[in-house]
Design a protein around this ligand. Structure first.
Ligand code: BT5
Length: 324
């Protein structure tokens, strides 16, 4: 396995370039006669290989998600010590919760190439074609109470926005409570769920990012886009995921230490909603007013048209409109 990971790493790091079979064998410390067997094993793991009679072999980009390529050299403190990649699941959030009873450890990262029953918030669906995008869940168990639904939701959105900038150089905006937008169209969404499982408090941070494909406009109720559309070329999901895990890890450690001011500041700086007039449906009531703030503890702070000041939690709230 170690040898196979090494070969995968060599091919991945060469990008669009080819390796002759001799050069690859020498770099990996493998007999040339054995190389075909290893390449076949990589194919069985789902990687697509491109063979050229004169140039040799290379990986077809973007590559299939692989735990080794995601984990290697990642310097996180709390999350991503263990990464699992599945071809098909109902929902990565469910896999993360189910793992608690099967010894799944704190910080476990679950990735899926396809979700049969991907979900959004409040019973909505998350739509995603197979093999193109990022469907990721992080399991957090036995956290201190500070790791609240509210703080995790905004931290995850911010981490996605930062990761898109780190890995792709694109600036994105945040729309409370859980959307990341590129030029006003939804590119990513966050679904945080909390459950008690055999006396353990488990939180799962679910994140869907449209990396290389957008949903059919007829299937969504607001404009959607993907990173590749804005870059003008396909995006290597592995790089976005690595940047996301590094950023999310930082924010989780920060909020667990109770340092929420920084999160607040950075979130607000990327959110175009401050002072805007909005309509929010929350807990069955419709609130119309001007946005005063977004608090990592109390949610959206709204100065309502009827003079009331309300605090609307991320869970159970939907932004219906925002007028600039
Ligand atoms: C969200 O819900 O935006 C949270 C999405 C979380 C998805 C991740 S994927 C990994 C993990 N496992 C899961 O099962 N879920 C999480 P919400 O704010 O309710 O937005 C849902 C709405 O966004 C839908 O009703 C559609 O209108 C729209 N939508 C669905 N799929 C979309 C996509 N791929 N891109 C943009 N918009 C989409």
């Amino acid at each position: 396995m170690e040898r196979l990971n090494h070969i995968l790493e060599l091919l991945y790091d060469r990008g669009e370039g080819f390796f002759s079979l001799e050069e690859l064998s020498a770099a990996a410390g493998v007999e040339p006669a054995e190389m075909n067997e290893h390449l076949e094993a990589l194919r069985e793991k789902g990687q697509e290989l491109d063979f050229s009679p004169d140039k040799g072999v290379r990986l077809v980009r973007p590559v299939r998600l692989d735990p080794h390529l995601i984990e290697r050299g990642l310097e996180t403190r709390r999350i991503a010590k263990s990464v699992l990649c599945f071809s098909e699941v109902d929902s990565t959030n469910d896999v993360a919760f189910d793992s608690v009873l099967q010894g799944g450890t704190d910080g476990l990262v679950v990735l899926g190439e396809f979700q049969r029953l991907g979900r959004g918030r409040l019973g909505r669906r998350w739509i995603c074609p197979p093999g193109a995008n990022i469907l990721l869940s992080v399991l957090l168990i036995n956290s201190k109470a500070a790791l609240s639904h509210e703080a995790l939701t905004i931290a995850a959105g911010l981490a996605v926005s930062e990761a898109i900038e780190d890995a792709c150089g694109l600036g994105s905006q945040l729309r409370w409570p859980n959307d990341v937008l590129l030029e006003g169209a939804k590119t990513a969404g966050v679904l945080v769920e909390l459950r008690n499982i055999s006396a353990q408090r488990a939180a799962v941070v679910g994140i869907g990012i449209n990396a290389n494909a957008s949903p059919d406009p007829a299937q969504v109720d607001m404009p959607a886009t993907d990173i590749a559309e804005h870059l003008g070329h396909p995006v290597e999901r592995t790089e976005v995921i690595r940047a996301l895990l590094a950023r999310l890890d930082e924010w989780i450690v920060t909020i667990e230490a109770g340092k929420l001011e920084h999160l607040h500041e950075r979130w607000v700086a990327r959110c175009g909603m401050m002072n805007q007039r909005v309509t929010v449906l929350s807990g069955g009531r419709r609130h119309v007013g001007r946005v005063l703030d977004v608090s990592p503890l109390e949610g959206l702070v709204l100065s309502c048209d009827d003079g009331r000041r309300v605090y609307l939690p991320a869970a159970g709230s939907t932004l219906e409109s925002c007028e600039s």
